[in-house]
Design a protein around this ligand. Structure first.
Ligand code: SF4
Length: 215
């Protein structure tokens, strides 16, 4: 099993994922600390709470044998629904609805949606049911964004889980590739020296080629 939460790192940057999950490199920055505090609050009860037709479970452990992923859901809401699944200790049937808490604001990339969809797919496998959607809650906007688990999103999760396992088997860490997101990356101080080496090597090569090609 690989950590489910890694899918967001993998989607953001393959190298970041490999540094964290294969090489045990981790560096805190303001974003990661704030994110951790938000998650610890979302997980802190580890308990179920019932309000009317909604049962909320925090910090639920989930896994999928098929995807080879396991992790924890911040929150899973179970909505009373005749088409749902039975739950131990509760009457009736319940439709699972995962909710993932994020510190910032909605991102342009799909990393948060992929992580949430992977949670939904784990819950489906564990509870033998279909989960069509979940939600992302963003601390900065204090709003929920509904996420539909489309066939395309599911296919991306499957492909990424396969790719992550392939990297893990091979112990493969991709070379650094500078990108826009590097400025906010918690690992840039670990990663950038390698980038600087590449950049000076490229600079050297360009200069060298330039000399050869010059008059
Ligand atoms: S600094 Fe950039 S290339 Fe390096 S791990 Fe972070 S996002 Fe990836």
């Amino acid at each position: 099993m690989l950590p489910l939460s890694g899918i967001q790192h993998f989607s953001f940057c393959r190298r970041q994922w490999a540094l964290i999950h294969l090489e045990d490199q981790w560096a805190e920055n303001l974003r990661t600390v704030e994110g951790r505090l938000l998650h610890s609050r979302a997980h802190e009860d580890g308990l179920r709470e019932r309000r009317g037709d909604v049962l909320t479970i925090r910090g639920l452990t989930v896994y999928s044998q098929r995807l080879g992923l396991s992790g924890k859901c911040d929150v899973v809401e179970f909505h009373a629904d005749a088409a749902g699944v039975p739950l131990r200790g509760e009457d009736g049937r319940w439709q699972p609805f995962p909710v993932e808490y994020k510190r910032g604001e909605p991102k342009s990339g799909d990393e948060d949606r992929l992580q949430l969809c992977a949670q939904g797919m784990c819950l489906e496998e564990m509870l033998c049911c279909r989960i069509p959607e979940g939600a992302l809650y963003y601390g900065e906007t204090r709003r929920r964004e509904q996420v539909v688990f489309t066939p395309e999103l599911r296919a991306q999760v499957e492909a990424m889980a396969g790719e992550m396992h392939d990297y893990a088997r091979r112990g493969y860490t991709p070379r650094p590739k500078p990108r826009k997101g590097c400025a906010a990356c918690s690992l840039r101080e670990l990663c950038l020296p390698a980038m600087r080496r590449i950049s000076s090597a490229s600079a050297y090569l360009s200069a060298h080629i330039g000399e050869k090609e010059g008059p």
